[in-house]
Write a protein of this length. Structure first.
Length: 208
């Protein structure tokens, strides 16, 4: 998993509430277990018409938001079915941070497991950031995970909260597999002891 330390980028404003995971990535695109290639289908019902042509009014179809790496969203973002493809699609598009007043729990947890930083801020603050994001390419944000601060385009800094363990994982690029590998020495030691005391577990033989 790619480390998340500091991110400076344009933010795309998406002032919609209750954006569910079927809007993020529709069910018909869930046939793959690969984490790549889903970005082109991100927000498919809103980005494309019935013939597959881009809808010019959707934010990610506009310059400079085609290159946005931050998303400013409405409350209850990521609600609906618990599909991990939703953060996969965001990440494949290039989104590394989503800021909203609230998130659905499973989506929120899946973001951290896939290298995306979800930030919860009060509605009033999100409204201000949404207005900033609407200024386009001249308005860039800096998200500093270590300092737990967002720098607005005018330089004002906004603090945010994040769970210390999840912060550690993002800063060090540790997903569940990475966390397990960090304890490789202890795992090897345990297995060595078990091989000596219960060898049949490793040989396939039945104990006498």
């Amino acid at each position: 998993m790619e480390k998340f330390k500091t991110l400076t980028a344009v933010a795309a404003p998406l002032p919609m509430i209750n954006v569910d995971t079927d809007k993020v990535i529709p069910a018909r695109f869930l046939k793959t277990i690969k984490r790549t290639g889903l970005g082109k289908h991100l927000f498919d019902p809103m980005r494309y018409d019935d013939k597959g042509a881009e809808k010019p009014g959707f934010v990610l179809n506009k310059a400079p938001y085609r290159d946005a790496r931050i998303l400013i969203a409405g409350e209850n973002f990521g609600c609906g079915s618990s599909r991990e493809h939703a953060p996969w699609a965001l990440l494949d598009f290039g989104i590394r941070c989503v800021i909203a007043p609230s998130f659905a729990d499973i989506f929120f947890n899946n973001c951290f497991k896939n290298g995306i930083l979800p930030i919860v801020l009060p509605q009033e603050t999100v409204d201000e950031l949404m207005e900033d994001a609407g200024k386009g390419g001249n308005a860039t944000f800096t998200v500093d995970l270590e300092a737990q601060e967002i720098a607005r385009p005018d330089g004002e800094k906004i603090a945010f909260e994040v769970d210390p363990f999840r912060k550690h994982c993002l800063l060090n690029g540790l997903d569940d597999i990475g966390l397990t590998l960090e304890r490789g020495g202890k795992i090897d030691g345990y297995e060595g002891t078990q091989r000596g005391g219960q060898p049949w577990l490793w040989s396939g033989a039945t104990p006498a």
